[in-house]
Design a protein around this ligand. Structure first.
Ligand SMILES: *[C@@H]1O[C@H](CO)[C@@H](O)[C@H](O)[C@H]1NC(C)=O
Ligand SMILES: *[C@@H]1O[C@H](CO)[C@@H](O)[C@H](O)[C@H]1NC(C)=O
Ligand SMILES: [Zn+2]
Length: 443
């Protein structure tokens, strides 16, 4: 079949605009325009990320003591302290001396992974503002840049506009602050609830490369239908749903107030702390190990399962549909392909098959530029996590449930430079196609 031409420019292989740091006058000009409205933005000047190695149980408990100390205000960037993998911890500038002394006094091995977080975030912000200007003047969506929620939603409409016979949008609900839970549906069949795949992204607000990869992937699916054999044959049999921003309030908040916000933005009665970890709020071993009942915690599970309307919208849609076969949740960072369970060390019934698919996925992903991903169950290679998204999917009959932790391994962490968006999306695509092909052949 002939495919509609795309009458506007975009590129899935390179950024549309090169970023030249010497375009400083534009940066300053737009920075002044955009920055002026926001005065209560959290800054991270002088904040550093420490990478700490523990060598035995005694050191784990020392490190736990450190990261749980309320007055230091440390923020865990990766897994809690565990043997064999370094722990990345964000240390506010006011706590640097005290933390260093503690680490040295207790003979804990550490290095500084990020010298000054604000420098990275400033560069990121300037690049975004520069890109906003470029996109305004050219009316092009740059897949190699980070975008606001509004821009992502607008690009979703654009994709539908240029591929109307394949793609449509579905609003599956609204967030706590009443933003759309906006989904792209790829389908070549009508009427019936065909077997379906759900690609979820941005459930954790600060993991920006996740929505960026999802919107790139959506465009790629649209482009490749009719050209790529795996995508074409899959779409003859299955529908694909893509939710690029599963936590829209949190995502907006990372743009306006705090770049490192993770949770939803719902109000917790009786507490001044805002938000629930939507990846602990699912109705699967809710409230168990690896989630916390304190609303001030980054992994607060919420008052009851699906209390977060963002989680409930997805869960209700999927249950009502009734024929989802695959659920993929994109996170960052750490470079891992994970499968259930997160709430128990007990192997999932299909663990051997899922492990095989995950290994092939990591292998395919590494083909492009050698990026190494680790593979395993959430519990076995990261940490206990109850009420997580993919556990819920798996426990609700969606056998092919995977979670990705995208680039990198901590050099930039959540602030992955925009220059890595397209390379990340391209390699992830090879991994996703491995899963898609396996699902196509096994349903
Ligand atoms: C939520 O937003 C929609 C438009 O997207 C609007 O129609 C509706 O009235 C809003 N609801 C509330 C409670 O503000
Ligand atoms: C959670 O799951 C249990 C059964 O496992 C069910 O009884 C309950 O209604 C579910 N709650 C929600 C909010 O879906
Ligand atoms: Zn995450």
């Amino acid at each position: 079949m002939s495919l509609p031409q795309t009458p506007y420019k975009y590129s899935l292989t390179q950024p549309l605009y090169d970023w030249h740091p010497w375009n400083m006058k534009w940066i300053l000009f737009f920075g002044a325009l955009i920055g002026s409205g926001i005065c209560d933005r959290e800054t991270f000047s002088g904040h550093q990320v420490f990478r700490i190695n523990v060598r035995n149980g005694d050191e784990i408990s020392k490190l736990n003591r450190l990261v749980n100390s309320d007055n230091l205000k440390l923020n865990l960037w990766k897994s809690p302290p565990a043997l064999g993998h370094p722990t990345d911890v964000l240390v506010p500038s006011v706590s640097l001396q005290e933390v260093k002394s503690f680490l040295e006094d207790h003979d804990l091995e550490y290095s500084v992974a990020v010298e000054d977080l604000q420098t990275i975030l400033d560069a990121e912000k300037q690049e975004m503002q520069h890109n906003v200007h470029q996109e305004l003047s050219s009316n092009c969506f740059n897949y190699g840049a980070y975008h606001t929620l509004e821009a992502i939603h607008k690009e979703m409409d654009n994709i539908v506009k240029y591929y109307p016979r394949l793609v449509s949008t579905v609003t599956i609900g609204h967030s706590f602050e009443n933003r759309s839970m906006y989904v792209l549906k790829f389908s070549t069949g009508e009427g019936r609830q065909r077997p379906a795949l759900w690609l979820n992204a941005g459930i954790h607000a600060r993991e920006w490369v996740s929505p960026a990869t999802a919107i790139w992937t959506a465009r790629k699916i649209a482009c490749d239908y009719g050209k790529d054999a795996i995508i074409t044959s899959t779409l003859k049999k299955m529908d694909i749903f893509v939710l690029p921003v599963a936590n829209p309030d949190g995502y907006v908040y990372t743009h306006t107030h705090n770049r490192l916000w993770r949770k939803t933005r719902s109000v917790n009665p009786g507490s001044t702390c805002i938000g629930t970890d939507p990846n602990r709020n699912w109705n699967s071993s809710f409230g168990g190990v690896g989630s916390i009942a304190d609303p001030c915690s980054e992994v607060y599970h919420g008052p009851y399962p699906h209390s977060e309307v963002e989680v409930k919208s997805v869960a209700d849609f999927i249950k009502k549909h009734g024929n989802f076969k695959c659920f993929i949740d994109l996170h960052s960072f750490s470079q891992m392909v994970l499968y259930p369970y997160g709430y128990t060390a007990t192997k999932a019934q299909d663990a051997d098959e899922l492990d095989m698919v995950a290994r092939n996925t990591a292998k395919a992903l590494a083909m492009l530029s050698g990026t190494q991903y680790r593979v395993g169950s959430i519990f076995s290679i990261t940490y206990a996590a109850s009420g997580s998204t993919v556990d819920w999917a798996y426990d609700n009959g969606i056998k092919y449930a995977f979670s990705f932790e995208l680039r990198d391994t901590g050099d930039y962490g959540f602030a992955l430079p925009a220059s890595q968006i397209i390379p990340t999306a391209q390699e992830t695509w090879l991994g996703l196609k491995t899963i898609i092909e396996h699902v196509r052949d096994n349903i």
